[in-house]
Structure formats: structure tokens, C-alpha cells
Design a protein around this ligand. Structure first.
Ligand code: UDP
Length: 394
């Protein structure tokens, strides 16, 4: 276990002493890399636990639940896998998602694979599509051509047409982001690939699709288990505290650090509704089901379908996700809001330019850099950032 202090560490003045704000992936990767290179590292986190939004825990009935929604590790970056495997065993898990469609005329629930593939399109339009060429021709007939899509709506219309866009993306995006597709950056929906074949994995392009055998929290405990690292939970960042260090790597929200001087950087947050169901309960065949309709929830996770998460017994835990503004959820920042006009990124750049004048402060991670990134991207970026900093400081 890492050394966990009950309160702020005394900030000793020492040449090789750094503060890391946040014990999520960005902070943990920085902390470990710097400690491995001989720095003394104090990690603080305002939450009472390690692992940031990847935090998982066991419920009273023994089910492993990710408190902040499902975190699924996937990447094609071998060095990232090599690095995380230093700290724990991983087991294979290929994620699949089904979208729950509006009921058919006979009122039976219908599920379609997501990302949209040939099976999905065949099911929605009730047409046979035996080959990829058939699928390509069918989509071409649906598509609304557009040379240079300016937003998520134009991007989707030009690839899959209005029917599929309005079924799979429009209501979901509205409740997830409180934005019309026309106001959203295409990069957000472009996270979901389009398949001409029948491939139904959520991350088909990634070579490694894995979960930590003993959970993310245990993985973080190992990452931070180092003689040169101390961890203080329940500890908020304070400017005075940071002054005692040679450098601070800060994963807090950059607009919060600067008291929102240039205006707030908006985030979407999620309310997680964890509830118990009878062991026989099932919604579809997949661990995650997305709701295409206008109900408040975007998706549901059945934890029993993830490796190592289920518990023996007559009940299982499921989690429903209800998006909301972060100001309505105790300022819990989950998703930076990427609009088609780039206005929030423009605000972020003002903060980043100001931060460039603070040589002893580096903003890191999703909230420090206002980026919508997956875990493997944060790990990769943080490994590189930490090593570059060590080299420059040598
Ligand atoms: N999306 C959608 N319908 C879906 C799934 C995703 O409209 O059934 C859109 C939505 O805007 C979402 C984005 O695609 O925010 C990215 O989805 P992803 O599953 O990658 O989101 P995450 O897992 O990061 O919450």
C-alpha cells in the first residue's frame, strides 16, 4: 500500500520535491514516473480515495462497481500496456454495447449492435445486406453529401444519413451534452466507428482490450506504492501549499485554479444510480445498454457481465447514468464540452497561455488540459510529459 497521510504533508524545501495534484491516471502516472527518477513526490487528492474517476469498490453484496461509471481499458499502444502491467495482472475483456431501440409493432424490446455495423442497419431498415458492398451502397443512398462537415450533424448525415443519425445519435447526444448535433464538434461522435462488416466490439481497432484483474483501485495502490511517494487524501489544493515545492503537476480544472477569470470551462457531469436487481434480471446480452430514446438515462451497466465484477448470490447491481450540468452535481467535472464553434477550447487556450508564465506549474490530464481522452491516452500523454520534464530538469 502507498503511504497515506491523514493531512497535508509538511512542505519541506528540497531541490527534488514535487507536488502532484490529483490521484487519477494523470497524477498517478506522473507521480510514479518522477519517483522512479529519484524525485520525492507528494500526491494530494480532495476525494477520500485513489484512482480518480476510475475508482472501483465492492458493494455490500460483493459486486465490484465503478463509482463513476464503467472504465474499460483498451489501446493499441504496447508501451502503455507494458507500463500498466508492471502494477497488476490484466484479464481479457472485449466490450460490446447494444442500443435499445424503440419497441417494434409487437412491443418487444429490440437491441441493435453499437457501433453501427451491417447487422444494425439490416435490423433498423429490415433489409438483407449480405455483403460489405451491399452495406456501402445502402449507406451511400442514405447519406447527405457534404464536402467539409462543420459539426457532428453534418458529419453523421454525410456518413450514415438522417434516419440512423436521428435514431442513434440525436436524442442520446441531446441528453448527454444538452446540445444539438449541429452545435457539437464532430470529433465527439467520431469516437464511435462505423463498420461495414458485422464486427460488434466497441473498440474494434484496439489490439489490447483488458481489465485489471483486481480492479482499478488496487492497480492505483500499486502504482503509488513507492518509498518516495506519499499520498494525502481529503486534501484540497492550496496555493500556499504548492509554494513549498520545486514543481507542481496539477490535474485540477485549470479554470478553477485561476478563479474562472476568463469565464468557466463547462463540463458535463453524470449522476450514477446504482441499484440492485434480482439475479435473473437481464436487459439484452451486453454489459452496457444504450438508450436511444428521450428518457433521462443514457446507458446502463450490468456489472455482472464484466470479468471479476460479479458476486455469487441472488442479486446483482446495475448502474444507470443520468447526465447533467456539473454545477448541478457538486462541481463534479467529467466531460469537457466540445462545441462545433470551438468557443470553450478558445477559453481554455487563454488559461493555458497564462499558465505558460508559471514555470513551476504544469497542468496535466483531462481537467488540467480540458481534453476528452480515454485512459490509455492519458497514460501515454502523462508518461511522455513526465519523462520530457525529467530530461529538461536534468
Ligand atoms: N453517442 C450517441 N449515441 C450512442 C453512443 C454515443 O449519440 O448510443 C455519441 C454521444 O454524443 C457520445 C459520443 O457519441 O457522447 C461518444 O460516445 P462514447 O461511448 O465514446 O462516450 P463515453 O464512453 O466517453 O461516455
Amino acid at each position: 500500500m502507498p503511504t497515506i497521510l491523514a493531512s497535508n504533508p509538511a512542505a519541506a524545501t528540497c531541490r527534488r520535491r514535487v507536488l502532484v495534484v490529483g490521484a487519477g491516471f494523470a497524477g498517478a502516472v506522473y507521480a510514479r514516473t518522477l519517483a522512479d527518477h529519484g524525485y520525492d513526490v507528494d500526491v494530494i487528492d480532495r476525494r477520500p480515495h485513489l484512482a480518480g474517476n476510475a475508482y472501483d469498490e465492492q458493494t455490500a453484496t460483493g459486486v465490484r462497481v465503478h463509482r463513476y461509471g464503467p472504465h474499460l481499458f483498451h489501446t493499441s499502444m504496447e508501451h502503455v500496456v507494458r507500463w500498466v502491467r508492471r502494477f497488476g495482472e490484466f484479464v481479457p475483456y472485449e466490450h460490446r454495447v447494444a442500443a435499445l431501440l424503440p419497441p417494434s409493432p409487437d412491443e418487444r424490446a429490440r437491441f441493435a449492435p453499437l457501433p453501427i455495423n451491417r447487422t444494425t442497419v439490416s435490423l433498423v431498415f429490415n433489409v438483407p445486406l449480405p455483403t460489405e458492398t451491399d452495406m456501402a451502397h445502402f449507406l451511400a443512398a442514405q447519406a447527405v453529401p457534404c464536402d467539409a462537415p462543420r459539426n457532428a450533424a453534418e458529419h453523421l448525415y454525410s456518413r450514415i444519413g438522417a434516419t440512423l443519425t436521428d435514431l442513434f445519435f440525436r436524442p442520446y447526444t441531446q441528453k448527454m451534452w444538452a446540445l444539438d448535433l449541429e452545435d457539437m464538434d464532430a470529433a465527439v461522435v467520431n469516437r464511435i466507428p462505423l463498420r461495414l462488416d458485422t464486427e460488434d466490439r466497441y473498440f474494434p481497432a484496439d489490439t489490447f482490450q483488458l481489465m485489471p484483474r483486481h480492479g482499478f483501485t488496487a492497480l492505483f495502490a500499486n502504482i503509488l506504492d513507492h518509498d518516495r511517494i506519499t499520498v494525502s487524501l481529503d486534501t484540497a489544493f492550496a496555493h500556499a501549499l504548492a509554494r513549498g515545492y520545486d514543481h507542481c503537476f496539477n490535474s485540477m480544472a485549470i479554470d478553477e485554479y485561476y478563479n474562472e477569470d476568463y469565464g468557466p470551462l463547462p463540463y458535463r457531469s453524470i449522476r450514477f444510480h446504482h441499484r440492485e436487481e434480482a439475479g435473473s434480471y437481464a436487459l439484452g446480452q451486453t454489459s452496457v445498454v444504450n438508450f436511444t430514446d428521450a428518457r433521462a438515462y443514457t446507458r446502463q451497466t450490468d456489472w455482472s457481465r464484466l470479468p471479476g465484477h460479479a458476486a455469487a448470490g441472488p442479486r446483482k447491481t446495475i448502474t444507470l447514468e443520468q447526465p447533467c450540468d456539473y454545477r448541478d452535481n457538486a462541481m463534479e467535472r467529467y466531460y469537457p464540452v466540445k462545441t462545433s464553434d470551438g468557443r470553450n477550447d478558445a477559453t481554455y487556450r487563454r488559461y493555458a497561455a497564462r499558465a505558460a508564465h508559471e514555470p513551476a506549474m504544469t497542468f496535466i490530464g483531462r481537467c488540467g488540459m480540458y481534453q476528452y481522452l480515454d485512459m490509455h491516452q492519458v497514460i501515454n500523454q502523462s508518461l511522455k510529459g513526465a519523462l520530457d520534464w525529467v530530461k529538461a530538469a536534468a
